[in-house]
Design a protein around this ligand. Structure first.
Ligand code: AMP
Ligand code: MG
Length: 462
């Protein structure tokens, strides 16, 4: 089948979205197309040529064009702002054969009522980045929005330099964010807010529909999803970079790959984003920020938790207080698995010790765990640590320590080559990132950057 759109979001009160039209020029080119994902969502485009595929992916052949952009608000670096999809629209909600619903979104499709001063467009480099990294995350086993395609539009767009215009086709369980609820709450129209929350529970957590205290359970579920997600980010050394509340999806998917990057050498204070001057979204701060964002989410639903506000605050606070304990427990289990430690022990010290050594000696986060697996660690540096560790005899590492992560310097390299019309490295790297636990991967994909190749700053690419 091709698209099977049945939109439900547009049944919400119309404050939550705006109908829009994409502005797409005619000179389209299919740069990346994710056949595996197309298959997963029952989209069969085998019988179409490149031009037709572009048209289908961009929705051009649809008889009913019900495109819309979503309204939302959000705390950006702690400051509250009204936002919305300024450069994105939903083609529709695609329903698969086994009744799964996916948002199909175009990112970079032109101005919308939420564009403020922006042009609503996106450029090739950042869209390739999002494609590669979001798919790498998925292949690492981490919940994420997916990338179905990147299409260039033939336009030249002025950013820091002139760049080719591009559109990413993004697939997500939903795009409902903490910021969507902040927007709903802002209007102080209880009825319209309650419609949004009931819609979200029905769509994301249908098992809760008949629960008596479903809003509390909903909040708990969202918290657990975040705890699991951030733990997974820490497992692979991922730094999101812009954990604003509008970039936290209630589905528990990683969303919005702007200035994100993976750690090379381990330093818990690492920040890549050029705009994060205070280190708010540094590697080690991610659990704290996620908790802060969840507290902003909790504020929007207080009136539904209990009719007595004090009681309601108390219930929510108890759930938030549990966050830290649950996170630490989860993180300890994850790190213990990375080091192949006995889960029945308290491994806090030996884990901390290992991380400290990596930090002091500026060791590569990914490769150090692989070296441990291969019994290849520097015996001098780890001499004292090895005295406490004797777990290699019974090796049980299973898809826990990746061999390949999307390294910033390699991403930049393929983007630069793509700008000059050479996509060979891009296609090669895309393939490599499909099997991040493959032991037979060439060193050029696993080596950390040399001093010259190191990248210290990443940009939003808006
Ligand atoms: P982000 O940093 O990608 O989460 O974007 C934050 C906000 O800025 C969102 O409301 C985006 O839709 C909006 N935005 C980002 N880039 C553009 C652009 N080129 N034109 C208009 N709005 C944009
Ligand atoms: Mg965003």
């Amino acid at each position: 089948m091709v698209w099977n759109f049945h939109n439900s979001y547009t049944d919400l009160p119309n404050i939550y979205y705006s109908k829009v039209k994409p502005e797409i020029s005619n000179d389209k080119k299919l740069i990346l197309f994710n056949k595996d994902l197309a298959e997963e969502i029952d989209l069969n485009l085998d019988n179409y040529d490149e031009n037709e595929i572009c048209d289908i992916l961009l929705g051009n052949q649809l008889s009913n064009k019900n495109y819309f952009s979503q309204a939302y608000a959000g705390h950006q670096f702690g400051h509250f702002t009204i936002l919305g999809d300024g450069r994105a629209l939903l083609l529709g909600e695609h329903i698969t054969r086994n009744n799964k619903r996916f948002d199909i979104q175009l990112k970079g499709s032109g101005k919308t009522p939420y564009s403020r001063n922006g042009d609503g467009k996106a450029v090739l480099g950042p869209m390739i980045r999002e494609y590669l990294i979001s798919e790498a995350m998925h292949n690492l086993g981490i919940s994420s929005t997916r990338a179905l395609a990147v299409i260039t539009t033939g336009e030249n767009i002025l950013r820091e330099r002139v760049e080719p215009g591009a559109i990413l086709i993004r697939v997500a369980k939903s795009h409902i964010r903490v910021g969507t609820f902040q927007f709903g709450n802002l209007l102080k129209k209880r009825e319209e807010f309650d419609i949004l929350i009931n819609y979200t529970v029905d769509r994301l957590f249908p098992e809760l529909i008949n629960e008596s205290n479903k809003y509390i359970k909903f909040f708990e579920k969202v918290c657990v999803l975040q705890i699991n997600l951030i733990t997974e980010w820490m497992r692979v050394g991922f730094i999101h970079g812009v954990m604003n509340t509008d970039n936290m999806s209630l589905s528990g998917e990683t969303i919005d790959y702007g200035p994100c990057a993976f750690l090379d050498n381990y330093n818990p204070k690492t920040v890549f984003s050029s705009i994060d001057k205070m280190g708010r979204y540094s590697f080690e701060n991610q659990p704290k920020v996620s908790l802060w964002n969840l507290a902003r989410f909790a504020e929007t639903i207080l009136h539904l938790v209990d009719s007595n506000e004090k009681k309601s605050i108390k219930i929510v606070e108890e759930i938030l207080n549990e966050y830290n304990n649950k996170f630490i427990l989860n993180w300890n289990i994850m790190m213990s698995k990375k080091l192949n430690l006995d889960l029945n022990n308290d491994n806090t010290n030996i884990i901390k010790n290992f991380l400290d050594i990596m930090h002091i000696h500026k060791l590569d986060y990914t490769n150090t765990f692989i070296n441990l697996e291969n019994n290849n660690l520097d015996k001098n540096i780890f001499k004292d640590w090895y005295i406490k560790y004797n777990n290699l005899k019974n090796k049980k590492f299973d898809k826990i320590n990746p061999i390949v992560i999307p390294r910033n310097h390699l991403i930049e390299k393929v983007i630069n080559e793509s700008h000059s019309g050479n996509f060979e490295s891009l296609y090669e790297y895309e393939k490599i990132l499909k099997n991040p636990y493959d032991k037979n991967i060439k060193n050029k994909f696993t080596n950390p950057p040399t001093e010259n190749e190191k990248i210290y700053e990443t940009f939003c690419g808006t």
